[in-house]
Ligand binder design. Structure first.
Ligand SMILES: NC(=O)C1=CN([C@@H]2O[C@H](COP(=O)(O)OP(=O)(O)OC[C@H]3O[C@@H](n4cnc5c(N)ncnc54)[C@H](O)[C@@H]3O)[C@@H](O)[C@H]2O)[C@H](O)CC1
Ligand SMILES: [K+]
Length: 507
């Protein structure tokens, strides 16, 4: 699903009005009715007193139309119009006329207004939508502050009032803190970013029938991967297949005291459809792996180098025609000799065109040099799975806000010619073509040690089965999140551990 910028949404709006054709006021009617469908399912009539706060533009117009539609359903309603300017939109004007035939509207035109909130209240925020042009001040700011202090649920229409849809707010800005945001057809970039979580709340998309041909033609930079889109990527297992059909994966992982990372990664790999898996790790890890995961084969590093992961055993003979994909990183440790092993494997994979997924300590090792020259060893189209700290390490710099983070992410993926899955809520998957795909699954219960190791194993399995790196990244991240969601359902977010994610992998 495409994430469009405000000007593109406006164009989609205008195109729909012209080509469907439909009057602008009727498109607003459709949008408001879509909001009402969501609202009446989630805030049952009789249980709530609804207070609707409307601005003077089309977002305010939506609020008035919503009030008119909720009234005959039996909702206890109070409608407030905040007169923050002299300018009103035509659709607002018309909807005010329509509503006032049914119920009276209260005007808020100065900062000394008082609204008393009760426990049963729910607020609908229709002050400002995508038309926001500057930070809130004066009357609007004071209304939003009072709504935020009310301690009752706030449902924002299209976007929380005061939040920019596709650029950063100032830290000091006053913005509605919504419980839910019900947005029209197209998700906004702001919803994807951690810095906006406290304003957006849970967000939902409702369809308002904007012209699909128009949306199809827009070249988007940002995408939101919906479950339906991602599930289409899954390749069915053919009847006449054998383990060779599904590839042989090589996982380079683990060190003394960190064999758990290798086991989690390896088990997740075997649970994600791969034909065969070989784990390459330290001699003292052999018994652990063979006992805990008898399905995997073990290739031990040469002994004698204490228990550090050091391998100088990579050559064409033992890699070419043997492995269809290589995963490297979880639990390796950081050390100059480990770095050399990683570089050697990267160079070999580049030469043999074996797809790679590179994670955790492999990334930390490759970030070791002051000038980051090791990064040039990473084969093109590799999948990198850093968490934010590891990504800062790769860049050797930080970012001032989430928008700058996305810019740096795009630049890195394009310049290095790699796929970067920047992990977090709505993991951002940056492709070498300059696009970013946000993931739609997962939960905060996954923010625990071992979750990342599981993801590496899953992506490795998909690469070995012949999924393209783009497919493996998008599908792997999604299925990882989905398994995490099922684990949270079964065990609870606080209580689930990375092994529970593995137990819930199913696709
Ligand atoms: N295609 C769609 O998705 C549809 C969207 N609808 C709704 O329309 C709004 C956008 O409406 P618009 O009139 O363009 O803007 P706003 O209502 O957000 O703002 C009105 C007006 O206010 C002024 N303004 C902006 N920022 C400030 C500020 N900080 N202080 C004071 N005044 C400000 C500015 O002049 C704005 O133009 C969209 O979100 C949807 O809710 C349609 O209903 C259906 C189609
Ligand atoms: K709003």
């Amino acid at each position: 699903m495409k994430i469009l910028f405000v000007n593109e949404i406006r164009e989609a709006d205008a195109y729909t009005i012209l080509h469907e054709p439909i009057d602008s006021i009727d498109l607003m009617e459709r949008a408001s009715s879509a909001f009402v469908s969501w609202f009446k399912e989630n805030y049952l009539v009789g249980n709530y007193k609804v207070k609707i706060f409307c601005g003077l533009g089309d977002n305010g117009g939506d609020g008035l139309a919503i009030a008119r539609m909720l009234h005959p359903l039996g909702y206890d309603l109070e409608v407030f119009v905040v007169k923050f300017s002299k300018k009103i939109s035509e659709n607002f004007d018309q909807n005010l006329y329509r509503l006032e035939k049914q119920i009276p509207v209260k005007i808020i035109d100065n900062e000394s207004f008082i609204v008393n909130f009760e426990k049963k209240d729910v607020i609908i925020d229709a002050l400002l939508g995508s038309g926001l042009s500057r930070s809130l001040e004066g009357l609007l700011k004071s209304v939003v502050e009072k709504l935020n202090e009310s301690e009752v649920p706030i449902i924002s229409v299209d976007i929380p009032s005061g939040l920019f849809a596709n650029k950063s707010n100032n830290l000091s800005d006053t913005i509605i803190k919504a419980t839910h945001t019900v947005s029209f057809q197209i998700p906004k970039l702001a919803f994807m970013l951690p810095q906006n979580a406290e304003f957006v709340g849970d967000w939902h998309i409702v369809d308002i029938g904007l012209n699909e041909d128009f949306i199809e033609k827009v070249t988007a930079k940002f995408f939101y991967s919906t479950p339906l889109e991602v599930e289409k990527l899954i390749k069915p297992r053919k009847k006449f297949s054998h383990k060779g059909t599904f590839g042989h994966a090589l996982l380079v992982s683990g060190s003394y005291g960190m064999m758990g990372a290798a086991i989690l990664s390896a088990r997740a790999c075997m649970r994600s459809g791969v034909g065969k898996l070989t784990v390459h790790s330290i001699p003292s890890g052999l018994a652990i792996m063979q006992m805990l995961l008898p399905e995997a084969m073990y290739w031990e590093t040469a002994s004698g180098e204490s228990d550090l992961f050091i391998s100088t055993q990579y050559n064409i003979e033992n890699i070419a025609n043997k492995f269809q994909a290589v995963g490297i990183g979880p639990g390796l440790g950081v050390n100059i000799k480990i770095k050399e092993s990683i570089e050697q494997l990267c160079e070999l994979c580049a030469e043999l065109s074996i797809p790679m997924v590179i994670d955790a300590d492999a990334l930390n090792n490759l970030s070791m040099d002051e000038n980051r020259e090791s990064l040039s060893k990473i084969p093109k189209n590799s999948i990198l799975t850093p968490h934010p700290k590891e990504f800062q390490n790769l860049l050797n710099k930080s970012w001032k806000d989430d928008y700058e983070k996305l810019e740096l992410l795009t630049q890195f993926a394009v310049n290095q010619g790699v796929i970067v899955c920047l992990k977090g809520a709505n993991t951002a998957i940056a492709l070498p073509d300059g696009t970013i795909h946000f993931n739609s699954s997962g939960n905060a219960g996954m923010a625990k040690a071992g979750s990342g190791d599981v993801l590496t194993g899953m992506i490795l399995a998909l690469l070995a089965q012949g999924y393209s790196p783009k497919e493996a990244a998008i599908l792997g991240v999604y299925q990882h999140g989905l398994a995490g969601d099922k684990a949270a359902q079964n065990r609870g977010m606080n209580n689930m551990i990375a092994s529970d994610i593995i137990e819930n992998i199913r696709f």
